[in-house]
Design a protein around this ligand. Sequence first.
Ligand SMILES: Nc1ncnc2c1ncn2[C@@H]1O[C@H](COP(=O)(O)OP(=O)(O)O)[C@@H](O)[C@H]1O
Ligand SMILES: [Mg+2]
Length: 349
Amino acid sequence: MSSRVAVVYNHVGEDEYEKLKEIDPASLEFKPEYSIHVSTVQEEYDSVVRALEKEGFRARSFNVKDDLKALKKLLTRRPPDVIFNLVEHFKESPMLESSVAGLYELYRIPYTGASPFALGLCLRKGLTKQVLLANGVPTPRFKLLHDPVVPRRHGLRYPLIVKPAREDASSGMDKGSVVFDFESLQTRLAKVAAEFSPPYLVEEFVEGSELHVAVLGNDPPVVLPIIEFDFSELPDDYPKIISYDAKWNPLEEVYHRVHSVCPAKLPRRVEKAVEEICLKAYQITGCRDYARIDLRLDKKGRPFVLEVNPNPDLTEGVSFMESAEKAGLTFSNTLRMIVEYALKRRPTT
Ligand SMILES: Nc1ncnc2c1ncn2[C@@H]1O[C@H](COP(=O)(O)OP(=O)(O)O)[C@@H](O)[C@H]1O
Ligand SMILES: [Mg+2]
């Protein structure tokens, strides 16, 4: 009999992308390159369910809606054979993402993706960087600050980038994230601190290309075709970064000015170095099943890991799935493989 998969996610409040449906692209002040009618949150989860059904699983979706009792009910009354874990936060806290996975552990239900440990580690970007460095994986030089203050002689070389150390999905990243002198560094830190809790990361800005590297599987994991970002169409006064708007907001021009190229056209030597580093980062941080590693190359083509993303976005055609498709896998094939990795961890007693 085919396995029963619960596609578990946590979404509360309105679906922001629903509103985009009413907007006429012609009403924007710029010419959008990509469709502004991106899938809604609901459509995305539905597409995962449909793809899993296509692969022969009995799949259904379950929105936790911050309701612990409802989640417990799912896990205890006729629990699914496996959970496709798409929960990224609980009660608005990304730090509780790992606790939700902990609950699956306690009820001994196999689930896709990373363990609570890896989820918790990778969300602590500063700690992850320390762990990577200790294991010989290069990452940009940085200071981890518990208060939004930094001495003038901090020892880092400008330009610098300031980010909240425990957020993901480009939260807090905008036009002002990159700073060129001490005064703007202080101002930026104060601004980030007004919005996000500590700690904060101040990091040397790596000026070369940005690469996103999808890693799939376990024994052994494999690197899928690398994505490189082309920032050349961004306005001159906009930093060459994937800001929040560039990543998520189709109503902003920058969303339409950052392009992905896959497979990246890299010298073989650089590609090999990137692959090695990514596999090492995946293993050191305890990633499992699938993950995406974000890197930048410096002017000499040397790679530096920015962060490790366990359980990255699986939207069809973009990011992780763009790489999977370039590797010859379909959306549904890839999802099936991820479910199968989790099913292998089914407890035997
Ligand atoms: N040290 C850095 N050098 C250059 N760009 C950076 C650096 N750190 C972050 N960025 C830019 O900011 C974006 C978001 O930062 P990242 O560390 O990947 O966090 P997240 O994606 O979780 O928000 C990256 O995709 C990259 O464009
Ligand atoms: Mg990132």
